[in-house]
Design a protein around this ligand. Structure first.
Ligand code: PEP
Ligand code: MG
Length: 541
C-alpha cells in the first residue's frame, strides 16, 4: 500500500474534516514604483476616491460580519481611512509619484513603526498589507473577490487569508489550510471564532491542488491527502463522561465592552488588555475617562476575579500619546511595564482608576474581585516596584505576567511580593525561541506544543507552587482545549481563553479528572517534537 502524504502545520480547532481542496489563486504582485504624468492634486484626488470606495466596501462587509471578524474589519477600515496616512501619501504625490506608489510608500513608513509589534498589534502589519493591496486593486480597476463554490464542502487552501477574504466564507467552507500565518494570526483567530478547523503555517500547502481530497486533522496538526476520517473525528471529549464542573477555572481574555458582554459563562476575566482602548489616541485619557472606561467593562463582564493588565504598550505599539521614540528593535525595547518609567503619570492614573472603578462597581452589589497585573516583567526588582505601586493605589491582589524567560529562574524570590502569575505564552514563545510573533517564516517555532515551551511551563507551575504563588495561563495556548488539559495536569490553577474558546475549553475541562489530566500532561512532556507531544497527549484520552 502506498504511503499517504501527510502535511504538517499548526492546528486550530479540534474537529477533523474531510473535503475537496479549493485553492485560492495567488495574489498579484504590487506594481513597481511609477512617477505620474498628472498633477499631484489629481493623484491625491484619485487616491481620496479610492479610499472612499474602500471604506464603502468595508462598511458592506462589516454589516455582514460579527464578533472578532467584525472588530478586525472595523480596525482595518479605520486604518485605511486614517487621515495621517492619507496626508503622508499626499506628500509622496507631491514628490511626483502616482497614487498607488504614494500609498505604498506611506504604508511602508507605517509598517516600519509596527514591524516589531507583537500579537494582535503585530497583526496590524498584515492589516496594512491588506489595505495597500485593496487600494491598489481599486486604483488599477480590477477588484478580485473570492468565488467559492455554492454547494458541497471544500477545504480552502491559500498562501494566507485576510479577514476580508474570510467574510466571503459560507457553510461550504469545511476547513482552511494556509502556508503562512501562525497560532495568533488573523486566520487562526477568525477560524477559531467561527469554529472552522484550520491548519496554519503549513509549509507544504503550496503542493495541494484543487480537487484533491484532504483529511484535515487540526488536533494532530496535520492534513492527509486522501486520508480517511477516523471514527473519533468529533471533539475528543464527546466520548467521555462529564463531571459537574470544569477541572480548573476557565476565565476569559477580553479587550472591549462587547467582549465583556460575550463571556458571561467564564469564571472571571484572566486578562483585560487595557492598551486596546488607547491605540489611536493622540492625547492621554483623563483619570475620570479611565475610571468610566474600566467601570463600564467591570459592569458588563462576568462575576468572579477580574484581572486587569496595565498598559502593554511601547514604541512598537501605536499609542501616540505616550510619545515614545522609535526604536531599532522594539520587541526588545521599551515595551510592556518598562513604559511606566517613561510615562509615569499615565501608569499612576491607571492604577488609581482601576481601584476606583472596582470600588464603584462593587458598590452596586456585583460580586467581583479586581486584581491587577503587569506585562513583560523581567526582574524581581520590577515586580517589587509594580507591586508596591499597585498596593499603594489600593489594589489588594497583584500579579505579573510571565513572558520573559529571565524571570523564571528567580520565581522563588517573588514569594510574598506578588499573589499570582499569568503566563503569556505568545510572548514567552517569542522570547524563548527567538522567533518574531508576526513573522510567518518562523511560525513553526511558535507552536505551543513545542517540548521546550511545555518544559518551561512545567517549571513555572512547580516553582510558583513552591513559592505559594497562584498560577494561570492567558496566552493563546490556553484557548486550545487539549492544551488546557495539559496545563491543568502540569499544575496550573486556572486558564484564560479567548471569548470564542471559553465554551470549548470549559467543556473539555469538564470531562477530565485531575489524575487523567496529569497523565495527559506527562504524555505530552514525553514528546521530543511538537507533533509527538500533541499526539501523545491525544492518545492518552
Ligand atoms: C501573551 O503574550 O501571551 C499575552 C497574553 O499577551 P499579548 O498577546 O497581549 O501580548
Ligand atoms: Mg504578551
Amino acid at each position: 500500500m502506498s504511503q499517504k502524504q501527510v502535511l504538517q502545520g499548526i492546528g486550530v480547532g479540534s474537529r477533523a474534516v474531510r473535503a475537496e481542496v479549493f485553492r485560492l489563486t495567488a495574489r498579484r504582485a504590487l506594481p513597481a514604483p511609477l512617477k505620474s504624468a498628472s498633477t499631484p492634486a489629481e493623484e491625491a484626488q484619485t487616491l481620496s476616491q479610492a479610499i472612499s470606495s474602500l471604506e464603502a466596501t468595508y462598511a458592506e462587509k462589516i454589516a455582514s460580519a460579527s464578533g472578532n471578524l467584525k472588530e478586525i474589519l472595523e480596525a482595518q477600515s479605520a486604518l485605511g481611512t486614517d487621515s495621517e496616512l492619507f496626508e503622508s501619501a499626499v506628500q509622496h504625490c507631491e514628490g511626483g509619484w502616482n497614487a498607488s506608489t504614494a500609498i505604498q510608500m506611506a504604508m511602508n513608513e507605517f509598517r516600519e513603526l509596527l514591524s516589531g509589534a507583537d500579537g494582535e498589534f503585530g497583526e496590524r502589519v498584515a492589516d496594512l498589507d491588506e489595505i495597500v493591496y485593496r487600494l491598489v486593486q481599486i486604483l488599477q480597476g480590477h477588484v478580485e473577490e473570492i468565488d467559492l463554490p455554492t454547494s458541497g464542502q471544500v477545504i480552502v487552501v491559500a498562501t494566507d487569508l485576510t479577514p476580508m477574504d474570510t467574510v466571503a466564507f459560507t457553510d461550504v467552507v469545511a476547513g482552511v489550510i494556509t502556508e503562512k500565518g501562525g497560532p495568533t494570526s488573523h486566520t487562526a483567530i477568525v477560524c477559531r471564532a467561527r469554529d472552522i478547523p484550520a491548519l496554519v503555517a503549513c509549509a507544504d500547502a503550496s503542493t495541494l491542488k484543487s480537487g484533491q481530497i484532504v483529511m484535515l486533522d487540526p488536533d494532530n496538526s496535520q492534513a492527509i491527502i486522501d486520508g480517511e476520517l477516523s471514527s473519533s473525528s468529533g471533539n475528543w471529549w464527546d466520548n467521555l463522561t462529564p463531571h459537574a464542573s470544569s477541572l480548573i477555572p476557565v476565565m476569559a481574555n477580553i479587550g472591549s465592552v462587547e467582549d465583556a458582554h460575550k463571556v458571561s459563562s467564564a469564571q472571571g476575566v484572566g486578562l483585560l488588555r487595557t492598551e486596546l482602548f488607547f491605540l489611536n489616541r493622540n492625547t492621554a485619557p483623563t483619570l475620570q475617562e479611565q475610571i468610566t472606561l474600566y467601570s463600564s467593562i467591570l459592569a458588563a463582564g462576568p462575576e468572579g476575579e477580574i484581572i486587569v493588565r496595565t498598559l502593554d504598550a511601547g514604541s512598537d505599539k501605536p499609542i501616540p500619546f505616550l510619545g515614545i521614540a522609535q526604536e531599532e528593535n522594539p520587541a526588545l525595547g521599551v515595551r510592556g511595564q518598562r513604559v511606566a518609567a517613561v510615562a509615569p503619570d499615565f501608569y499612576r492614573d491607571q492604577l488609581t482608576a482601576i481601584a476606583a472603578a472596582a470600588t464603584e462597581v462593587i458598590a452596586t452589589g456585583k460580586e467581583i474581585t479586581v486584581s491587577v497585573m503587569a506585562p513583560m516583567i523581567a526582574t524581581v526588582e520590577e515586580a517589587r516596584t509594580f507591586a508596591t505601586q499597585a498596593r499603594n493605589a489600593g489594589l489588594a491582589r497583584v500579579g505579573i505576567m510571565i513572558e520573559i524567560p529571565s524571570i523564571i529562574p528567580v520565581i522563588g524570590q517573588l514569594r510574598g511580593v506578588i499573589d499570582f502569575v499569568s503566563v503569556g505564552t505568545n510572548d514567552l514563545s517569542q522570547y524563548l525561541f527567538a522567533a518574531d510573533r508576526v513573522n510567518s517564516g518562523v511560525a513553526h517555532l511558535l507552536n505551543p506544543w513545542e517540548p521546550a515551551l511545555l518544559a518551561t511551563l512545567e517549571e513555572i507551575a512547580r516553582s510558583c507552587k513552591a513559592a505559594s504563588i497562584k498560577t494561570g495561563v492567558c496566552g493563546e495556548a490556553a484557548s486550545d482545549p487539549l492544551l488546557a488539559v495539559v496545563l491543568a495536569g502540569l499544575g496550573f490553577d486556572s486558564v484564560s481563553a479567548s471569548p470564542s474558546s471559553v465554551s470549548n475549553v470549559s467543556a473539555a475541562l469538564s470531562y477530565v479528572s485531575m489524575s487523567l489530566a496529569t497523565d495527559v500532561a506527562r504524555a505530552a512532556r514525553s514528546g521530543a517534537t511538537a507533533h509527538e507531544a500533541k499526539t501523545a497527549a491525544r492518545k492518552t484520552l
